[in-house]
Design a protein around this ligand. Sequence first.
Ligand SMILES: Cc1cc2nc3c(=O)[nH]c(=O)nc-3n(C[C@H](O)[C@H](O)[C@H](O)COP(=O)(O)O)c2cc1C
Length: 336
Amino acid sequence: MTFSWKEEAAKGPILALAPMSGYTDTAYRQLIKGIEPRTICFTEFTSVDGIKYGSKNTLSQLDFNPDEERPLVAQIFGKNAANFTEAAKIVEAMGVDAIDLNMGCPAKKVVSSDHGSALLKNPKLAAELVEATVKGTSLPVSVKTRIGINGLELEWFIQFCKDMENAGAQLLSIHGRTAKQMYTGVADWDPIYEVKKHVNIPVIGNGDIKSAADALAKIGNLDGVMVGRGTMGNPWLMREIAAAFNKEKYTPPQSFEDKLPTIFRHCELNVESKGEHRGMLEMRKHFAGILKGFEGASEYRARVVKIETLKEAYEVLEEVRLLIKNAKPLKTEFFD
Ligand SMILES: Cc1cc2nc3c(=O)[nH]c(=O)nc-3n(C[C@H](O)[C@H](O)[C@H](O)COP(=O)(O)O)c2cc1C
């Protein structure tokens, strides 16, 4: 069945896992979707130039499990319109369900190449890239952006969003920070609510959702929420949010012991998708979000950054389990 953002929005609030380069690979996405199947996942941002020229590394960023991740949105970035058309064809042939254009990344390397949030400075080119993508695919095309470059100019930003809609975007995901803010300060959702009043496509808000209560408080007139960093070390968050929107009760695992099967599952998914060596190297950064909030946590974090095998990971986690089980908990919630 063809995926449609409007139909998705009609079912209830859209719950999206934010694209996070270096984090939201196929293992992470399968982990989150395994806990909350309603989650719509985005791939990490992937270069259209690399896709067009068949770079192995680039294409491997788009690896996914077609049985576990649908609907999957491939996020692409670049500045060359012809490459967007070509990349869209290739990505569609790989079997994803929708394509998203990155117009929000503030990283120096990305912006200095006129990619990512640099496109906010050039709405004409940004619109051309949307059109070029639409030309290459029958899949829905969307745009993820930020509320501005150096500061907020609301009228200008609303016009930018309308331009993306007119160019063929079928959804906007908006992070409530300017590019200049990077990840500092607090996300401002008010401009996102304003944009929603001026476009006829679904709009998803993004920025600083750390709990189900945040999602309920922030959704306002929007069609959904997108959550990124809040899921690090807390892969149950999307399920908590889904339950809150459905007015259902859901209590995520509280103790380290109860969280362990999910942590093991993440390790296994990494190994399945990348092999043991690379998979475990990838796991190292995720352990930082997991091993905190108990006495001696820093010592274990220092150990896990050297882990190379699944067995080593199990051994460290088992040690932590025994330590925590025998010790008096410092906090009731170890992931606070
Ligand atoms: C480590 C990291 C990598 C990111 N990579 C991407 C990316 O590839 N594409 C993108 O559009 N945004 C990327 N972002 C931004 C997030 O998608 C999101 O907009 C931002 O983190 C704010 O949401 P949050 O407060 O829920 O994390 C990244 C953020 C982080 C922290």
